[in-house]
Design a protein around this ligand. Structure first.
Ligand code: PHE
Length: 454
């Protein structure tokens, strides 16, 4: 039995959605959708979430609630004397590596928020320079000049420490209850403004009408990778959070709600970005990919009345989303230190986060003065991102499915899905089939494609 639990159903959903909704939805999803054919990507992505994401999420919930401790300890409890705990170990490692760079990007969002509040982001736009060039320069300044990004990533680390020190109920749950509604309200406001802009329809059409001829193997693989990242799968986050779920929580309902809300955020984000870039005639802009949010959106705010107001709201939204995700990533290692190494909460939080001041600094500096330091030809930042996101996450999920589908104690999944036979679950056969066959094969395909790329 877990010592700590979430206090309410809403709180538990808010915290889990808080983990899922993050830079993955707001920063990465529109970029992926843009690069992979808009509507075609959207439809494959939705299918990946529903058919594979939800069952894998349920698998993590089942292991977490049954094991009721940290990601490594759960496997040790469920299959003592075996090496399956290594899967949890991969999750712990992946979560720590991801946090190193995720904190840096969260710092950028805070820097943009700060720049929007002070007006610095928009200051000095000259008539001789296009606004695209201005914001591209600003992005360089905010991301590559050593001092600013370092300071802001430290602020993110300190906020993490403060929230995590307060614990699961008073820290994580309370923060999520407060921030998630704010995030959804901001998203809806932006969506309304964006789809009602003149000329928005071209963007809506690009995003919502699938051109089936554009669905290629690489689109499918990118969509599946995006679904895993966005749902926080494969790194022990959901395993850790599920240990805090009360016994009566219905896992299928929870997984479906969390996944649909996460998907909704991504769809709303698409409905914010594409109509507005169509309206401002930036569809064929040279700024693509990850600059969509940091260059293209400020360009749009610049052309709107109340520029600073919108910019502050947007970067607040982005920052809130990023912060709740870093908290969940941090909790994986904190819980590990508490339960495996028997440290107090305070010691665990400090042990996890103090070294991050150094590791995240290295990541941050690798955009600037350390950009020449290369690991396998990649900067420190890109190496961590590629290695953890594209390799460790899928390996972790693949092994988890194999374990749960074939080697875990018999009946574990059904017991967890039905709350010990107290609720009827008709879909359990389908879910087991997906965890045994479909998900591992699909994940193996993503992995293979990563190695080919490497
Ligand atoms: N799901 C988060 C996002 O979309 C990122 C994340 C990945 C968080 C893995 C926790 C674990 O940004």
């Amino acid at each position: 039995m877990a010592k700590v639990q979430f206090g309410s159903k809403i709180g538990l959903i808010a915290a889990t959605v808080g983990s899922a909704v993050g830079l993955g939805n707001i920063w990465r999803f529109p970029a992926e959708a843009q690069a992979n054919g808009g509507g075609a990507f959207l439809i494959v992505y939705l299918a990946c979430v529903l058919l594979i994401g939800i069952p894998v999420m349920l698998g993590e919930f089942a292991i977490g609630r049954e094991g009721a401790t940290d990601a490594v300890g759960d496997y040790q409890r469920l299959s003592p004397g075996k090496k399956w705990w290594l899967i949890g170990g991969i999750g712990i490692l992946a979560s720590y590596l991801i946090n190193m760079f995720y904190i840096v990007v969260a710092g950028w969002t805070l820097e943009y928020l700060f720049g929007s509040v002070t007006g610095d982001l928009f200051a000095g736009i000259s008539e001789t320079q296009s606004s695209g060039v201005h914001f591209a320069n600003k992005m360089q300044e905010y991301i590559q000049y050593d001092f600013g990004p370092l300071i802001f990533s430290y602020v993110v680390i300190i906020l993490n420490i403060v929230i995590l020190l307060k614990g699961v109920k008073k820290g994580i749950e309370r923060m999520s209850n407060l921030m998630m509604p704010v995030l959804f309200i901001l998203l809806l406001i932006f969506c309304y403004v964006s789809v009602t802009l003149p000329g928005a329809s071209k963007g809506i059409e690009f995003f919502l009408t699938p051109d089936f001829s554009k669905i290629t193997p690489s689109v499918i693989i990118n969509a599946l990778g995006q679904a895993f990242f966005s749902l926080s799968l494969g790194m022990g986050v959901l395993i850790t959070y599920a240990a805090y779920y009360p016994k009566k929580t219905k896992l299928i309902g929870t997984a479906t709600t969390v996944s649909l809300l996460d998907m909704l955020v991504s769809v709303l984000m698409g409905l914010i970005i594409f109509p507005s870039i169509a309206s401002f005639d930036l569809m064929d802009n040279s700024y693509k990919g990850l600059t969509l949010v940091f260059v293209t959106l400020p360009e749009i705010f610049q052309q709107m009345p109340a520029t600073q107001f919108w910019s502050v709201l947007f970067f607040l939204l982005l920052f809130v989303a990023a912060l709740t995700s870093t908290i969940s990533i941090g909790e994986v290692t904190v819980r590990f230190c508490q339960d495996r190494m028997k440290l107090s909460r305070v010691k665990s939080v400090l042990l996890v986060f103090i070294p991050l001041f150094i590791f995240s600094s290295l990541c941050s500096l690798s955009q600037g003065s350390l950009s020449d330091v290369k690991i396998f030809g990649l900067t420190i930042f890109d190496f961590l991102d590629t290695f953890a996101t594209n390799i460790l996450l899928p390996i972790g999920s693949l092994l988890m499915c194999i374990y749960l589908g074939w080697f875990a104690p018999k009946g574990l999944l059904v017991k967890q899905l039905t709350n010990n036979n107290s609720v009827a679950v008709r879909l359990s056969k389908v879910i087991i089939f997906i965890i045994r066959w479909i998900a591992p094969i699909a994940i193996a395909m993503i992995l293979l494609s990563q190695f080919v790329k490497f």
